[in-house]
Write a protein that binds this ligand. Structure first.
Ligand code: FES
Length: 133
């Protein structure tokens, strides 16, 4: 893929993400989505979780520490059910067939055959910035 095509696809994905979240005051800039913490108060405390739909993807965001937020695709790699985070175990649990995933996406328990997709996420001021390719 040449860089022009890649740039175009990134722009299209970014616009789609922005349209999906425009009602939630999410700011978009060049493939990155900024989610203000005042619109995602669940993420202000360690262990907090927020489910969001960005750019056609179902994501789960987890505040892992004072400085770290994890962003993962919420669709189980077994058959596509939505996973849920359990603070006590620090694992993402699939309600359909019992798979579990670590916060780095790797399966901790099957039948899921592969990791959840992860996305770079950073805390920037009072927002979480997620890099969606
Ligand atoms: S869909 Fe998640 S374990 Fe089957």
């Amino acid at each position: 893929m040449d860089t022009t095509r890649r740039g175009f696809l990134k722009l299209v994905a970014g616009v789609a993400a922005g349209l999906a979240l425009s009602g939630r005051r999410v700011v978009l800039a060049a493939g990155k989505v900024s989610l203000p913490l005042d619109k995602a108060s669940e993420l202000t405390a360690v262990g907090g979780v927020k489910a969001v739909r960005l750019g056609g993807r179902d994501l789960v965001l987890v505040r892992d520490s004072a400085t770290i937020v994890k962003a993962l695709d919420a669709r189980c790699t077994h058959q596509g059910c939505i996973v849920m985070y359990t603070k006590a175990t620090k694992l993402l649990d699939c309600p359909c067939h019992g798979s579990q995933f670590r916060l780095d996406g790797r399966p901790a328990k099957g039948p899921a055959p592969s990791p959840l997709t992860t996305y770079p996420a950073t805390l920037s001021g009072n927002a979480v910035v997620i890099d969606l390719p």
